[in-house]
Write a protein that binds this ligand. Structure first.
Ligand code: GLN
Length: 467
Protein backbone atom coordinates (compact mmCIF):
# COMPACT_ATOMS: atom_id res chain seq x y z
CA UNK A 1 0.00 0.00 0.00
CA UNK A 2 2.86 2.35 0.84
CA UNK A 3 4.49 1.64 -2.51
CA UNK A 4 1.24 2.24 -4.36
CA UNK A 5 0.72 5.54 -2.55
CA UNK A 6 4.27 6.61 -3.40
CA UNK A 7 3.78 5.69 -7.04
CA UNK A 8 0.44 7.51 -7.21
CA UNK A 9 2.27 10.55 -5.89
CA UNK A 10 5.16 10.20 -8.37
CA UNK A 11 2.71 9.89 -11.26
CA UNK A 12 0.32 12.57 -10.05
CA UNK A 13 0.79 14.41 -13.38
CA UNK A 14 -1.44 11.74 -14.95
CA UNK A 15 -4.32 13.13 -12.86
CA UNK A 16 -5.68 9.59 -12.44
CA UNK A 17 -6.63 10.13 -8.80
CA UNK A 18 -9.07 12.73 -7.49
CA UNK A 19 -8.68 11.93 -3.82
CA UNK A 20 -5.97 10.19 -1.82
CA UNK A 21 -5.98 9.78 1.94
CA UNK A 22 -2.94 7.84 3.20
CA UNK A 23 -4.38 7.48 6.72
CA UNK A 24 -7.49 5.71 5.46
CA UNK A 25 -5.42 3.55 3.10
CA UNK A 26 -2.91 2.55 5.76
CA UNK A 27 -5.71 1.66 8.19
CA UNK A 28 -7.11 -0.72 5.57
CA UNK A 29 -3.63 -2.12 4.96
CA UNK A 30 -3.27 -2.74 8.69
CA UNK A 31 -6.63 -4.55 8.71
CA UNK A 32 -5.40 -6.69 5.82
CA UNK A 33 -2.20 -7.50 7.73
CA UNK A 34 -4.29 -8.53 10.72
CA UNK A 35 -6.37 -10.83 8.53
CA UNK A 36 -3.21 -12.44 7.19
CA UNK A 37 -1.80 -12.83 10.71
CA UNK A 38 -4.96 -14.65 11.71
CA UNK A 39 -4.89 -16.83 8.60
CA UNK A 40 -8.18 -15.35 7.37
CA UNK A 41 -6.91 -14.03 4.08
CA UNK A 42 -8.36 -14.50 0.61
CA UNK A 43 -6.38 -14.29 -2.61
CA UNK A 44 -7.18 -10.55 -2.72
CA UNK A 45 -6.09 -9.68 0.82
CA UNK A 46 -3.58 -6.83 0.77
CA UNK A 47 -4.01 -6.16 -2.96
CA UNK A 48 -3.92 -2.41 -3.69
CA UNK A 49 -6.93 -1.31 -5.70
CA UNK A 50 -8.76 1.97 -6.31
CA UNK A 51 -12.34 2.96 -7.00
CA UNK A 52 -13.87 5.09 -9.71
CA UNK A 53 -15.20 8.19 -7.99
CA UNK A 54 -18.82 7.22 -8.65
CA UNK A 55 -18.73 4.51 -5.97
CA UNK A 56 -19.59 6.08 -2.64
CA UNK A 57 -17.05 5.45 0.09
CA UNK A 58 -17.49 6.14 3.76
CA UNK A 59 -14.84 8.57 4.94
CA UNK A 60 -13.52 9.40 1.48
CA UNK A 61 -14.89 12.19 -0.64
CA UNK A 62 -17.05 11.00 -3.56
CA UNK A 63 -17.55 13.55 -6.32
CA UNK A 64 -18.54 11.74 -9.55
CA UNK A 65 -15.98 14.19 -10.98
CA UNK A 66 -18.59 16.93 -10.64
CA UNK A 67 -18.53 20.32 -8.97
CA UNK A 68 -22.01 19.40 -7.80
CA UNK A 69 -20.52 16.87 -5.36
CA UNK A 70 -17.11 18.52 -4.84
CA UNK A 71 -17.45 18.39 -1.06
CA UNK A 72 -19.63 15.33 -0.69
CA UNK A 73 -18.75 12.50 1.68
CA UNK A 74 -21.08 9.52 1.85
CA UNK A 75 -22.25 8.13 5.18
CA UNK A 76 -22.08 4.58 3.77
CA UNK A 77 -20.10 2.38 1.37
CA UNK A 78 -21.31 1.12 -2.01
CA UNK A 79 -21.87 -2.65 -1.99
CA UNK A 80 -18.97 -3.14 -4.42
CA UNK A 81 -16.70 -1.15 -2.11
CA UNK A 82 -17.60 -3.17 0.97
CA UNK A 83 -17.36 -6.53 -0.83
CA UNK A 84 -13.84 -5.77 -2.00
CA UNK A 85 -12.86 -4.44 1.41
CA UNK A 86 -14.21 -7.58 3.08
CA UNK A 87 -12.01 -9.61 0.71
CA UNK A 88 -9.05 -7.62 2.05
CA UNK A 89 -8.39 -5.27 -0.87
CA UNK A 90 -6.75 -2.02 0.16
CA UNK A 91 -8.20 1.15 -1.36
CA UNK A 92 -5.48 3.55 -2.55
CA UNK A 93 -7.89 6.31 -3.55
CA UNK A 94 -10.71 7.61 -5.70
CA UNK A 95 -10.24 7.77 -9.45
CA UNK A 96 -10.87 10.44 -12.04
CA UNK A 97 -13.64 9.93 -14.60
CA UNK A 98 -16.04 11.86 -16.79
CA UNK A 99 -18.58 13.88 -14.82
CA UNK A 100 -21.36 11.51 -13.74
CA UNK A 101 -19.74 8.97 -16.10
CA UNK A 102 -20.88 10.91 -19.17
CA UNK A 103 -18.16 10.82 -21.78
CA UNK A 104 -15.64 8.78 -23.71
CA UNK A 105 -12.32 10.44 -22.93
CA UNK A 106 -12.29 11.56 -19.29
CA UNK A 107 -12.20 15.14 -20.60
CA UNK A 108 -15.58 15.94 -19.05
CA UNK A 109 -14.20 15.74 -15.51
CA UNK A 110 -14.71 18.93 -13.50
CA UNK A 111 -11.23 18.29 -12.08
CA UNK A 112 -9.30 18.15 -15.34
CA UNK A 113 -8.46 15.53 -17.92
CA UNK A 114 -6.62 12.32 -17.07
CA UNK A 115 -3.66 11.42 -19.29
CA UNK A 116 -3.04 8.11 -21.03
CA UNK A 117 0.11 6.58 -19.46
CA UNK A 118 1.20 5.14 -22.83
CA UNK A 119 1.18 8.53 -24.51
CA UNK A 120 0.40 11.57 -22.41
CA UNK A 121 -0.94 13.47 -25.43
CA UNK A 122 -3.73 10.92 -25.70
CA UNK A 123 -6.94 10.52 -23.74
CA UNK A 124 -7.14 7.38 -21.57
CA UNK A 125 -10.70 6.80 -22.76
CA UNK A 126 -13.77 7.22 -20.65
CA UNK A 127 -15.70 7.46 -18.68
CA UNK A 128 -13.58 5.23 -16.39
CA UNK A 129 -10.37 6.88 -17.62
CA UNK A 130 -8.66 7.11 -14.23
CA UNK A 131 -9.51 3.46 -13.56
CA UNK A 132 -7.79 2.27 -16.75
CA UNK A 133 -4.86 4.69 -16.43
CA UNK A 134 -4.09 3.67 -12.83
CA UNK A 135 -3.81 0.01 -13.87
CA UNK A 136 -1.87 0.80 -17.07
CA UNK A 137 0.61 2.91 -15.06
CA UNK A 138 0.94 0.03 -12.59
CA UNK A 139 -0.03 2.17 -9.61
CA UNK A 140 -2.57 -0.41 -8.45
CA UNK A 141 -3.24 -3.99 -9.56
CA UNK A 142 -6.92 -3.45 -10.20
CA UNK A 143 -9.65 -0.85 -10.17
CA UNK A 144 -13.41 -0.61 -10.32
CA UNK A 145 -15.20 1.06 -13.19
CA UNK A 146 -18.74 1.49 -14.40
CA UNK A 147 -20.06 0.79 -17.86
CA UNK A 148 -23.30 2.34 -19.09
CA UNK A 149 -22.43 2.34 -22.77
CA UNK A 150 -18.81 1.23 -22.83
CA UNK A 151 -17.07 2.98 -19.95
CA UNK A 152 -15.21 -0.09 -18.67
CA UNK A 153 -14.41 -1.65 -22.05
CA UNK A 154 -13.40 1.47 -23.97
CA UNK A 155 -10.84 2.93 -21.53
CA UNK A 156 -9.46 -0.59 -20.96
CA UNK A 157 -8.92 -0.88 -24.71
CA UNK A 158 -7.35 2.56 -25.07
CA UNK A 159 -5.00 1.99 -22.09
CA UNK A 160 -3.97 -1.57 -23.02
CA UNK A 161 -5.49 -3.25 -19.96
CA UNK A 162 -8.33 -5.76 -19.47
CA UNK A 163 -11.85 -4.94 -18.34
CA UNK A 164 -15.19 -6.68 -18.20
CA UNK A 165 -18.75 -5.41 -18.16
CA UNK A 166 -20.81 -8.25 -16.73
CA UNK A 167 -24.42 -9.15 -17.52
CA UNK A 168 -26.77 -6.39 -16.33
CA UNK A 169 -27.79 -7.16 -12.74
CA UNK A 170 -24.68 -9.17 -11.86
CA UNK A 171 -22.99 -6.48 -9.78
CA UNK A 172 -24.96 -4.40 -7.27
CA UNK A 173 -25.67 -0.78 -8.19
CA UNK A 174 -26.22 0.14 -4.54
CA UNK A 175 -24.01 3.11 -3.77
CA UNK A 176 -23.00 3.58 -7.39
CA UNK A 177 -23.97 7.13 -8.35
CA UNK A 178 -26.69 6.69 -10.96
CA UNK A 179 -26.35 7.76 -14.58
CA UNK A 180 -28.81 5.61 -16.58
CA UNK A 181 -30.11 2.93 -14.24
CA UNK A 182 -31.33 0.42 -16.83
CA UNK A 183 -27.84 0.36 -18.36
CA UNK A 184 -25.42 1.08 -15.49
CA UNK A 185 -23.27 -1.87 -14.54
CA UNK A 186 -20.01 -1.99 -12.59
CA UNK A 187 -17.03 -4.02 -13.70
CA UNK A 188 -13.39 -4.53 -12.74
CA UNK A 189 -10.31 -3.42 -14.68
CA UNK A 190 -7.00 -5.27 -14.28
CA UNK A 191 -3.98 -6.39 -16.26
CA UNK A 192 -5.41 -9.66 -17.49
CA UNK A 193 -8.45 -11.91 -17.57
CA UNK A 194 -7.27 -14.12 -14.72
CA UNK A 195 -7.11 -11.16 -12.34
CA UNK A 196 -10.56 -10.08 -13.49
CA UNK A 197 -11.93 -13.50 -12.47
CA UNK A 198 -10.89 -12.97 -8.85
CA UNK A 199 -12.31 -9.46 -8.70
CA UNK A 200 -15.58 -10.06 -10.52
CA UNK A 201 -16.18 -13.18 -8.47
CA UNK A 202 -16.07 -11.15 -5.26
CA UNK A 203 -18.14 -8.31 -6.76
CA UNK A 204 -20.94 -10.56 -8.08
CA UNK A 205 -23.19 -11.28 -5.16
CA UNK A 206 -26.97 -10.89 -4.93
CA UNK A 207 -27.78 -7.65 -3.14
CA UNK A 208 -31.29 -7.06 -1.71
CA UNK A 209 -30.49 -3.33 -1.72
CA UNK A 210 -30.53 -3.26 -5.55
CA UNK A 211 -33.92 -4.05 -7.07
CA UNK A 212 -32.35 -5.27 -10.33
CA UNK A 213 -29.70 -7.43 -8.68
CA UNK A 214 -29.80 -10.95 -10.11
CA UNK A 215 -30.81 -13.39 -7.43
CA UNK A 216 -30.34 -16.79 -8.89
CA UNK A 217 -28.36 -18.02 -11.83
CA UNK A 218 -27.55 -21.63 -12.65
CA UNK A 219 -29.04 -22.71 -9.32
CA UNK A 220 -26.59 -20.53 -7.39
CA UNK A 221 -28.85 -18.72 -4.92
CA UNK A 222 -26.81 -15.64 -4.08
CA UNK A 223 -24.29 -15.95 -6.93
CA UNK A 224 -21.31 -16.39 -4.62
CA UNK A 225 -18.45 -18.11 -6.44
CA UNK A 226 -20.40 -18.32 -9.70
CA UNK A 227 -17.88 -16.45 -11.87
CA UNK A 228 -14.89 -18.43 -10.66
CA UNK A 229 -16.68 -21.76 -10.93
CA UNK A 230 -17.80 -21.10 -14.52
CA UNK A 231 -14.33 -19.81 -15.46
CA UNK A 232 -12.70 -22.96 -14.09
CA UNK A 233 -15.24 -25.16 -15.82
CA UNK A 234 -14.52 -23.49 -19.17
CA UNK A 235 -10.75 -23.76 -18.65
CA UNK A 236 -11.05 -27.44 -17.72
CA UNK A 237 -13.12 -28.06 -20.84
CA UNK A 238 -10.58 -26.35 -23.11
CA UNK A 239 -7.82 -28.42 -21.53
CA UNK A 240 -9.47 -31.64 -22.69
CA UNK A 241 -8.93 -30.62 -26.33
CA UNK A 242 -5.14 -30.94 -26.36
CA UNK A 243 -3.38 -28.72 -28.89
CA UNK A 244 -6.66 -27.27 -30.18
CA UNK A 245 -8.22 -26.10 -26.89
CA UNK A 246 -10.96 -24.10 -28.59
CA UNK A 247 -12.17 -26.91 -30.87
CA UNK A 248 -15.93 -26.59 -31.36
CA UNK A 249 -16.08 -22.90 -30.41
CA UNK A 250 -17.88 -20.76 -33.00
CA UNK A 251 -16.74 -17.13 -33.07
CA UNK A 252 -19.25 -14.80 -34.68
CA UNK A 253 -17.71 -11.83 -36.45
CA UNK A 254 -20.31 -9.12 -37.20
CA UNK A 255 -19.80 -7.67 -40.68
CA UNK A 256 -21.23 -4.32 -39.49
CA UNK A 257 -18.26 -3.90 -37.11
CA UNK A 258 -15.81 -3.73 -40.00
CA UNK A 259 -17.43 -1.24 -42.36
CA UNK A 260 -16.97 2.52 -42.53
CA UNK A 261 -15.33 4.30 -39.63
CA UNK A 262 -12.93 1.58 -38.48
CA UNK A 263 -9.27 2.44 -38.96
CA UNK A 264 -7.04 0.10 -40.93
CA UNK A 265 -4.74 -0.53 -37.96
CA UNK A 266 -7.59 -1.47 -35.62
CA UNK A 267 -9.09 -3.74 -38.29
CA UNK A 268 -5.76 -5.51 -38.81
CA UNK A 269 -5.18 -5.99 -35.07
CA UNK A 270 -8.66 -7.46 -34.59
CA UNK A 271 -8.31 -9.75 -37.62
CA UNK A 272 -4.98 -11.01 -36.28
CA UNK A 273 -6.43 -11.65 -32.84
CA UNK A 274 -9.34 -13.60 -34.30
CA UNK A 275 -6.90 -15.58 -36.45
CA UNK A 276 -5.06 -16.54 -33.29
CA UNK A 277 -8.28 -17.90 -31.78
CA UNK A 278 -8.82 -19.85 -35.00
CA UNK A 279 -5.31 -21.29 -34.73
CA UNK A 280 -6.32 -22.54 -31.27
CA UNK A 281 -9.12 -24.55 -32.87
CA UNK A 282 -12.05 -22.12 -33.00
CA UNK A 283 -14.21 -21.69 -36.07
CA UNK A 284 -14.89 -18.23 -37.52
CA UNK A 285 -18.47 -17.53 -38.58
CA UNK A 286 -19.59 -14.36 -40.34
CA UNK A 287 -22.69 -12.91 -38.72
CA UNK A 288 -24.82 -9.82 -39.07
CA UNK A 289 -26.01 -7.42 -36.39
CA UNK A 290 -28.10 -5.31 -38.75
CA UNK A 291 -29.09 -2.60 -36.28
CA UNK A 292 -25.55 -1.81 -35.10
CA UNK A 293 -25.69 1.82 -36.25
CA UNK A 294 -29.08 2.36 -34.59
CA UNK A 295 -27.53 1.68 -31.18
CA UNK A 296 -26.15 5.23 -31.19
CA UNK A 297 -29.42 7.17 -31.53
CA UNK A 298 -31.28 4.68 -29.31
CA UNK A 299 -28.67 4.95 -26.54
CA UNK A 300 -28.39 8.73 -26.78
CA UNK A 301 -32.15 8.97 -26.23
CA UNK A 302 -32.52 6.38 -23.47
CA UNK A 303 -29.39 7.22 -21.43
CA UNK A 304 -30.07 10.99 -21.30
CA UNK A 305 -33.75 10.32 -20.50
CA UNK A 306 -32.80 8.24 -17.48
CA UNK A 307 -30.04 10.68 -16.55
CA UNK A 308 -32.44 13.63 -16.58
CA UNK A 309 -34.59 11.78 -14.08
CA UNK A 310 -31.71 10.51 -11.92
CA UNK A 311 -29.97 13.87 -11.76
CA UNK A 312 -33.10 15.73 -10.66
CA UNK A 313 -32.07 14.88 -7.09
CA UNK A 314 -29.28 17.48 -7.24
CA UNK A 315 -31.47 20.43 -6.44
CA UNK A 316 -29.26 22.25 -3.95
CA UNK A 317 -31.72 21.45 -1.19
CA UNK A 318 -30.70 18.15 0.31
CA UNK A 319 -27.05 17.77 -0.57
CA UNK A 320 -24.52 18.80 -3.16
CA UNK A 321 -23.65 22.26 -4.40
CA UNK A 322 -25.88 25.18 -3.42
CA UNK A 323 -25.46 28.55 -5.10
CA UNK A 324 -24.50 31.40 -2.81
CA UNK A 325 -26.52 34.07 -4.58
CA UNK A 326 -30.26 33.58 -5.02
CA UNK A 327 -33.63 34.99 -4.18
CA UNK A 328 -36.31 32.37 -3.82
CA UNK A 329 -36.40 28.61 -4.15
CA UNK A 330 -36.63 28.35 -7.91
CA UNK A 331 -33.60 30.55 -8.49
CA UNK A 332 -31.69 28.65 -5.83
CA UNK A 333 -32.32 25.38 -7.69
CA UNK A 334 -31.59 26.69 -11.16
CA UNK A 335 -28.43 28.53 -10.11
CA UNK A 336 -27.16 25.57 -8.09
CA UNK A 337 -27.66 23.27 -11.08
CA UNK A 338 -26.19 25.76 -13.56
CA UNK A 339 -23.09 26.22 -11.43
CA UNK A 340 -22.78 22.59 -10.34
CA UNK A 341 -23.16 20.73 -13.65
CA UNK A 342 -20.69 20.87 -16.52
CA UNK A 343 -21.64 21.40 -20.17
CA UNK A 344 -21.99 17.75 -21.19
CA UNK A 345 -24.16 16.93 -18.18
CA UNK A 346 -26.40 19.92 -18.88
CA UNK A 347 -26.66 18.91 -22.54
CA UNK A 348 -27.82 15.43 -21.56
CA UNK A 349 -30.31 16.67 -18.98
CA UNK A 350 -31.87 18.94 -21.60
CA UNK A 351 -31.91 16.21 -24.22
CA UNK A 352 -33.39 13.72 -21.77
CA UNK A 353 -36.04 16.10 -20.53
CA UNK A 354 -37.00 16.88 -24.11
CA UNK A 355 -37.43 13.26 -25.23
CA UNK A 356 -39.55 12.50 -22.16
CA UNK A 357 -41.81 15.50 -22.52
CA UNK A 358 -45.40 15.19 -23.61
CA UNK A 359 -45.73 15.05 -27.37
CA UNK A 360 -42.15 13.81 -27.87
CA UNK A 361 -42.24 10.76 -25.64
CA UNK A 362 -43.87 8.55 -28.31
CA UNK A 363 -41.74 9.94 -31.11
CA UNK A 364 -38.37 9.53 -29.39
CA UNK A 365 -38.32 7.65 -26.12
CA UNK A 366 -40.78 4.92 -27.05
CA UNK A 367 -39.18 4.44 -30.46
CA UNK A 368 -35.76 4.16 -28.83
CA UNK A 369 -37.11 1.49 -26.47
CA UNK A 370 -38.44 -0.46 -29.45
CA UNK A 371 -35.07 -0.29 -31.18
CA UNK A 372 -33.44 -1.41 -27.95
CA UNK A 373 -35.54 -4.57 -27.99
CA UNK A 374 -34.70 -5.22 -31.66
CA UNK A 375 -30.99 -4.82 -30.98
CA UNK A 376 -31.22 -7.31 -28.09
CA UNK A 377 -33.10 -9.71 -30.41
CA UNK A 378 -30.40 -9.41 -33.08
CA UNK A 379 -27.78 -10.48 -30.54
CA UNK A 380 -29.98 -13.40 -29.45
CA UNK A 381 -30.47 -14.55 -33.01
CA UNK A 382 -26.71 -14.67 -33.47
CA UNK A 383 -25.85 -16.17 -30.09
CA UNK A 384 -28.57 -18.81 -30.11
CA UNK A 385 -28.18 -20.20 -33.59
CA UNK A 386 -24.98 -19.07 -35.26
CA UNK A 387 -22.16 -18.65 -32.75
CA UNK A 388 -21.08 -19.09 -29.13
CA UNK A 389 -19.35 -15.75 -28.70
CA UNK A 390 -18.95 -12.61 -30.79
CA UNK A 391 -15.62 -10.88 -31.40
CA UNK A 392 -14.86 -7.45 -32.76
CA UNK A 393 -13.23 -4.13 -31.97
CA UNK A 394 -14.01 -2.03 -28.88
CA UNK A 395 -13.36 1.28 -30.64
CA UNK A 396 -13.03 2.29 -34.30
CA UNK A 397 -9.64 3.98 -33.74
CA UNK A 398 -6.85 4.24 -31.18
CA UNK A 399 -7.09 6.97 -28.51
CA UNK A 400 -7.52 10.48 -29.86
CA UNK A 401 -5.41 13.43 -28.69
CA UNK A 402 -6.61 15.35 -25.67
CA UNK A 403 -8.65 18.29 -26.95
CA UNK A 404 -9.69 16.70 -30.27
CA UNK A 405 -13.39 16.97 -31.23
CA UNK A 406 -13.85 20.00 -28.98
CA UNK A 407 -15.94 21.79 -31.59
CA UNK A 408 -18.04 18.76 -32.47
CA UNK A 409 -19.74 17.57 -29.31
CA UNK A 410 -21.32 14.48 -30.83
CA UNK A 411 -18.18 13.17 -32.58
CA UNK A 412 -17.26 11.17 -29.47
CA UNK A 413 -20.75 9.71 -29.35
CA UNK A 414 -20.24 8.09 -32.77
CA UNK A 415 -17.09 6.32 -31.55
CA UNK A 416 -19.25 4.36 -29.06
CA UNK A 417 -20.72 2.32 -31.92
CA UNK A 418 -19.27 -1.08 -30.93
CA UNK A 419 -20.02 -0.86 -27.22
CA UNK A 420 -23.52 0.64 -26.99
CA UNK A 421 -25.47 -2.31 -28.46
CA UNK A 422 -24.07 -4.69 -25.85
CA UNK A 423 -25.18 -2.31 -23.09
CA UNK A 424 -28.67 -1.88 -24.55
CA UNK A 425 -28.98 -5.67 -24.67
CA UNK A 426 -27.56 -6.10 -21.13
CA UNK A 427 -24.99 -8.64 -22.34
CA UNK A 428 -21.55 -9.30 -20.83
CA UNK A 429 -18.46 -8.24 -22.78
CA UNK A 430 -14.73 -8.37 -22.15
CA UNK A 431 -12.04 -6.08 -23.54
CA UNK A 432 -8.48 -7.38 -23.75
CA UNK A 433 -5.40 -5.79 -25.30
CA UNK A 434 -4.54 -7.04 -28.81
CA UNK A 435 -2.03 -4.64 -30.28
CA UNK A 436 -0.88 -1.09 -30.82
CA UNK A 437 -1.38 1.63 -33.40
CA UNK A 438 -1.05 5.36 -33.86
CA UNK A 439 1.74 7.35 -35.49
CA UNK A 440 4.32 6.23 -32.94
CA UNK A 441 2.85 2.78 -32.48
CA UNK A 442 2.27 3.43 -28.79
CA UNK A 443 -1.52 3.64 -28.60
CA UNK A 444 -3.18 0.39 -27.49
CA UNK A 445 -5.97 -1.49 -29.29
CA UNK A 446 -8.56 -3.70 -27.58
CA UNK A 447 -10.43 -6.81 -28.68
CA UNK A 448 -14.04 -7.12 -27.54
CA UNK A 449 -15.44 -10.58 -26.72
CA UNK A 450 -19.20 -10.59 -26.25
CA UNK A 451 -21.11 -13.52 -24.79
CA UNK A 452 -24.66 -14.46 -23.96
CA UNK A 453 -26.19 -13.63 -20.58
CA UNK A 454 -24.19 -14.98 -17.60
CA UNK A 455 -21.35 -16.29 -19.80
CA UNK A 456 -18.71 -14.19 -18.05
CA UNK A 457 -16.76 -17.30 -17.05
CA UNK A 458 -16.40 -18.40 -20.66
CA UNK A 459 -15.41 -14.91 -21.84
CA UNK A 460 -12.73 -14.71 -19.17
CA UNK A 461 -11.45 -18.18 -20.02
CA UNK A 462 -11.13 -17.14 -23.67
CA UNK A 463 -9.30 -13.98 -22.61
CA UNK A 464 -6.99 -16.13 -20.53
CA UNK A 465 -6.35 -18.48 -23.48
CA UNK A 466 -5.33 -15.54 -25.65
CA UNK A 467 -3.18 -13.89 -22.99
N1 GLN B 1 -19.47 7.15 -23.81
C1 GLN B 1 -20.78 6.82 -23.37
C2 GLN B 1 -21.47 8.06 -22.85
O1 GLN B 1 -20.88 9.08 -22.91
C3 GLN B 1 -20.75 5.75 -22.32
C4 GLN B 1 -20.46 6.26 -20.96
C5 GLN B 1 -20.53 5.19 -19.91
O2 GLN B 1 -20.54 4.00 -20.21
N2 GLN B 1 -20.64 5.61 -18.67
O3 GLN B 1 -22.58 8.03 -22.40
Amino acid sequence: AQEALAKADRLSYLNAFLHIDPDLTLAQAQAADNKIAKGEQSILTGIPIAHKDVFVTKGWRTTAASKMLANYTSPFDATVVSLLEQAGCVNIGKLNCDEFAMGSGNENSAFGACLNPWDTNAVPGGSSGGSAAAVAADIVLATTGTDTGGSVRQPSALCGVSGIKPTYGTVSRFGMIAFASSLDQAGPIARNARDLVELLDVMSVFDPKDSTSVMQCHGNANQQGRIKASFEKAVAHYQTNGSTPLKGLRIGVPQEYFTKGISAEVKTAIEQAIAQFVSLGAERVDISLPRTALAIPAYYVIAPAEASSNLSRYDGVRYGHRSKAYTGLEQMMSRSRTEGFGAEVQRRIMLGTYVLSQGYYDAYYLQAQRIRRMIANDFQEALQSKCDVIMGPVTPTVAKNIGDNKEDVTADWLADIYTLGVSLAGLPALSIPCGFGGEKGNRPIGLQIIGNYFNEGQLLALGDCYQ
